[in-house]
Design a binder for this molecule. Structure first.
Ligand SMILES: O=C(O)CCC(=O)C(=O)O
Length: 328
């Protein structure tokens, strides 16, 4: 799948864009399933009187934005649904298909070795135009993980469900920012978001990168995957287009090593080094075993987690305040 040069590029630079890796029919299945999620949630909001119109006539790239004008932070609610797997069926079937697709798992095993597990966290990003909470500042993904995993290999596979461009808010990475293998000093949480953040100075001083030379803008076509390590600084740009920039990010690590949940959550084995035949992946059992902190309010639009205890909270907002409340 990956060439020797591509694997070398990844290890040297901390990221790799691989084109045409996920079959487009699988991407289409994800979009179809997400359309159903949006529809279900819109119907629930409508039946509870939280919106007046469900905008059912609008398509995948517009509908959430219109609903969001009536129900603030609808895109965050959808992000939460994916996170808490409130749909009861666990990880959506189409996302499972991407996550365990031979194309993706083989590529990951070339990057991290033959024992591949899926991480307990995956994210759905519903980046509506002009939405502050969808603009992710510079950070390393390990800033969200528990410390026991910081020295271990974890990688993210970032997968757009639309061609990702500068205009609609594609990702940027800092080339070589992973090389020191340290987690730099982050703060929390930028503006009205739940995101950890690395300052430009920290990237330059602690990670020894030069932001004038080392920033790489990752425009990508659907079907492509951006791989990067949990030590690689990255961010996403503002969506100034009229369409929603949908994406999923799936995470992987070496089976048996810490997965960043401080031992509280299980990973799922996607490739077993000792088995030649195709692995039977028991997604349903995995879902049942997982700790699911489903919030009391099914319409919750705040996001919080242990990283808010890890990093200095410089400004409070509704997300950090929700964390303080839940932590008591
Ligand atoms: O999709 C985005 O806008 C940000 C993605 C990201 O930061 C991540 O996958 O770690």
């Amino acid at each position: 799948m990956l060439t020797v040069d591509e694997v070398g590029f990844f290890h040297e630079n901390g990221f790799l864009i691989k084109e045409n890796i996920i079959p487009l029919r699988i991407i289409e299945d994800v979009k179809m399933e997400l359309c159903k999620y949006v529809d279900e949630m819109a119907k629930k909001l409508l039946s509870q009187g939280k919106i007046k119109n469900s905008y059912a006539h609008l398509g995948f790239y517009e509908r959430v934005s219109e609903i969001e004008k009536e129900f603030e932070h609808f895109s965050v609610l959808l992000h939460n649904i994916a996170y808490y797997e409130m749909q009861q069926d666990g990880t959506p079937k189409s996302v499972r298909k991407v996550w365990s697709s031979p194309e993706l798992v083989e590529a990951v095993s070339q990057l991290i070795g033959p024992k591949v597990s899926g991480h307990p966290v995956w994210n759905l990003r519903v980046k509506t135009p002009g939405q502050e909470q969808a603009v992710v500042p510079w950070h390393q993904d390990h800033s969200y993980s528990s410390r026991d995993s910081w020295d271990f290999v974890n990688i993210t596979a970032w997968i757009p469900l639309i061609d990702a461009t500068v205009k609609n808010g594609c990702l940027q990475v800092v080339r070589g920012g992973h090389q020191k293998k340290i987690v730099a000093q982050h703060t929390c949480c930028v503006g009205n978001t739940w995101y950890t953040s690395l300052s430009d100075e920290t990237i330059e001083e602690e990670l020894k990168c030069n932001l004038n030379n080392d920033v790489v803008t990752c425009e990508m076509k659907q079907g492509s995957v951006l791989f990067f390590t949990f030590h690689t600084p990255h961010r996403s740009l503002e969506n100034t287009s009229k369409d929603i920039r949908w994406s999923i990010d799936l995470r992987f690590h070496i089976t048996g090593e810490p997965n960043g949940s401080d031992g509280t959550e299980e990973s799922i084995v996607l490739k077993d080094a000792n088995k030649n035949s195709e692995l039977q992946i028991d997604w349903d059992q995995w879902g049942k075993n997982r700790v699911k902190p489903v919030p009391d309010d099914p319409f919750t639009t705040t996001v919080s987690g242990p990283w808010m205890n890890e990093w200095p909270v410089e400004t409070h907002n509704r997300h950090t305040l929700a964390f303080i409340k839940d932590d008591k």
